[in-house]
Write a protein that binds this ligand. Structure first.
Ligand code: PBG
Length: 330
């Protein structure tokens, strides 16, 4: 009996056994691929749950050392910090961002003192510090002022670098901020402080829970469409990336994550630089909601989504699943 009708090449052969699948796997997720975002709040021994992000807590500064030690022990190379500034310190111009004793600076110092070998990435944008929830400062008509905002963002970056930040991550999407920050860092001899620019950051519905976490959601008037990108566009993302690299970014980020893997791939193929993606708060909340409804297996969904980022070309992922994923991978 002839089998001419059957396929000559059977791709199922290499899938047939676990050892074989492991041998031909093109991408492998490891804890070194994960950056763990932490929310920082006031008080002592203070953990505050975030209703829209089940399982994620804001931590007071004294609790950060333990979290950093745990992360380092799991092989997570870097933490990303986000402060929940007290309402009394928020203002029109977000000047608390320049305070050398603000939550962010105290958090950086506490982590670097306890675990000097872990990387600390700090977000640069004014939204956790402004009374209107925007990432920059406004004029009388509530338009976001570009160059005036950049000036404050430069001060914020230097403030973070002086406190010990390893990676400055501007997430504000003002034009020209990467070049201005790079020049200022060089001017103060922070030659080894990296810039990871949120280069292709979209105006997205998926940031909702984050705005609860840093407490800016209640303040935000309007939307961020005049500075964050339109999700209809991808060619524009390449222009943003090209500019940020020319201005001195060491690596670039695409954000949100999973709905934007096409952008990650285009950026990686076009520039061949380290590309990171942010699996943002809404993506996390969506998976947690499906898990709570017994619709998804949490561990499997977590590892599959994170591996998808690697496949798309990411060097790493900022993810609220970092600790749990690293535990599973360990
Ligand atoms: C601040 C900032 C935001 C996020 C990271 N940095 C929110 C925003 O731009 O409104 C979102 C992260 C997340 O949703 O997990 N500019």
């Amino acid at each position: 009996m002839t089998h001419a009708a059957y396929p000559a090449l059977r791709l199922r052969r290499t899938r047939a056994a676990a050892w074989s699948r492991a041998m031909v796997a093109e991408n492998r997720l490891s804890p070194a691929d994960l950056i763990w975002p932490l929310f920082v709040t006031g008080g002592r021994d203070n953990r505050e749950p975030i209703a829209s992000m089940p399982g994620v807590e804001r931590l007071s500064v004294d609790l950060l050392a333990a979290a950093a030690k745990e992360a380092a022990a799991l092989g997570i190379p870097c933490l990303a910090l986000f402060p929940n500034t007290p309402a009394s310190a928020r203002s029109d111009d977000g000047r608390e961002a320049l305070n050398p004793d603000n939550l962010m600076c105290r958090a950086i110092a506490a982590i670097k003192a306890a675990v000097p070998e872990i990387g600390v990435l700090t977000d640069v944008a004014l939204d956790p510090y402004t009374s209107h929830g925007h990432d920059g400062v406004l004029d009388a008509e509530a338009r976001i002022l570009n160059d005036e905002s950049v000036e404050i963002l430069v001060g914020q970056s230097l403030n973070q670098a002086r406190a010990g930040a390893d990676i400055i991550a501007p997430s504000d999407m003002m034009d020209g901020r990467v070049g201005a920050i790079r020049a200022a860092l060089e001017g103060e001899n922070f030659t080894n402080v990296q810039i990871m620019s949120y280069a292709a950051k979209y105006a997205s519905a998926f940031y909702g829970p984050f705005r609860d976490a840093v407490g800016s959601g209640g303040y935000l008037k309007g939307d961020k469409k005049t500075y964050q990108m339109d999700y209809a566009n991808s060619g524009e993302a390449l222009r943003e990336v090209a500019l940020d690299l020319a201005e001195g970014a060491d690596s670039v980020m695409v954000k949100p994550g999973l709905p934007y893997l096409d952008i990650v791939r285009r950026v990686k193929d076009s520039f061949n630089v380290p590309v990171f993606a942010y699996q943002v708060s809404g993506e996390y909340a969506m998976i947690e909601a499906a898990v709570a409804a017994n619709v998804l297996d949490r561990d499997k969904a977590m590892i599959e989504t994170l591996t998808a980022f690697k496949r798309a070309g990411c060097s790493g992922v900022l993810t609220y699943f970092a600790r749990d994923a690293a535990r599973l991978l360990g």
